[in-house]
Design a protein around this ligand. Structure first.
Ligand code: URA
Length: 266
């Protein structure tokens, strides 16, 4: 680890116990995260339950949220045996305009996590849901959620080049020259954009497909060609098109995750 970098808390906890227990399948985790991934309790609730002494691991009360566990660990919560399953679950959610894609909400406008949890059934409320990438507060459309942090990394890595299709209503009427600049790639303050697909859908509506996801990228690209965005909607990610109404969700099948996102679910 680089000098000056803080030791992660899970590693400190594992060291205090003489190293993480070896896992039969090579997968180790820490207790609170494993409970969130397995759909037993979302991470903050898991941490509270652990600190309150309600969680046992291999027959002993465990009060350390960062205690190492693996898929063979025998875990009980409130006396009930729970399986530390690691299956990847992925949800498509139609984000409305308004909520932020952040855990914290200093302005009190509401978060997409709250909106999602408000419409999920009981059996999905035990998961810790991570958003795969971000949408601006005023952007609507397809936002993926998953319990699998590997998919978050896959979906947001600059190396993956997962396509994202947006539709923007803009100021003015972008002509062919502006569309061609979007296609060719243009210079933004954080570097040149990758070649993109751009076409006109109506005089003031542009469809733009990007294979990268930099901060406010669509708005910055359209502003750079003289057509600031008035409204923005994401209608597809990879091979997946949004097909649920605003505020609604559905779970993706594993073949949709494999073929649509190029990701191998567990
Ligand atoms: N690009 C933007 O400018 N905003 C979004 O929300 C997504 C992409």
């Amino acid at each position: 680890m680089a000098r000056g970098q803080k030791t992660p808390r899970w590693l400190e906890a594992a060291r205090r116990r003489g190293g993480a227990a070896p896992s039969p399948d090579g997968r180790s985790d820490w207790l609170a995260r494993a409970l969130g991934r397995a759909g037993v309790l979302p991470r903050a609730d898991a941490e509270a339950a652990i600190r309150e002494g309600r969680v046992e691991v291999d027959g002993r009360v465990e009060r350390e949220p960062f205690a190492p566990v693996h898929s063979g660990s025998q875990v009980k919560v409130d006396g009930r045996a729970r399986v530390l399953a690691t299956a990847s679950r992925v949800l498509m959610f139609h984000k409305p305009a308004g909520p932020v894609v952040h855990g914290s909400d200093p302005e009190g406008v509401g978060t997409v996590f709250e909106r999602l949890r408000a419409v999920l059934p009981e059996d999905l409320l035990g998961y810790e849901w991570f958003a795969v990438g971000r949408l601006d507060r005023d952007t609507t459309g397809l936002l993926l959620f998953t319990n699998d942090e590997r998919l978050v990394r896959h979906g947001t890595s600059p190396q993956t080049h997962l396509s994202k299709r947006y539709v923007a209503r803009v100021v003015g009427h972008p002509g062919e020259a502006a569309l061609q600049r979007l296609r060719d790639g243009l210079e933004l303050e954080d570097g040149p954009t990758r070649p993109a697909q751009a076409r006109s859908r109506a005089l003031d509506v542009v469809e733009l497909t990007l294979t990268e996801g930099r901060h406010h990228q669509v708005k910055r690209m359209l502003a750079a060609v003289g057509h600031p965005v008035l409204a923005l909607h994401r209608e597809a990610v990879g091979g997946l098109s949004l097909d649920v109404p605003e505020g609604a969700w559905r779970e993706l099948r594993s073949e949709e995750v494999r073929e649509g996102l190029g990701f191998l679910p567990v």
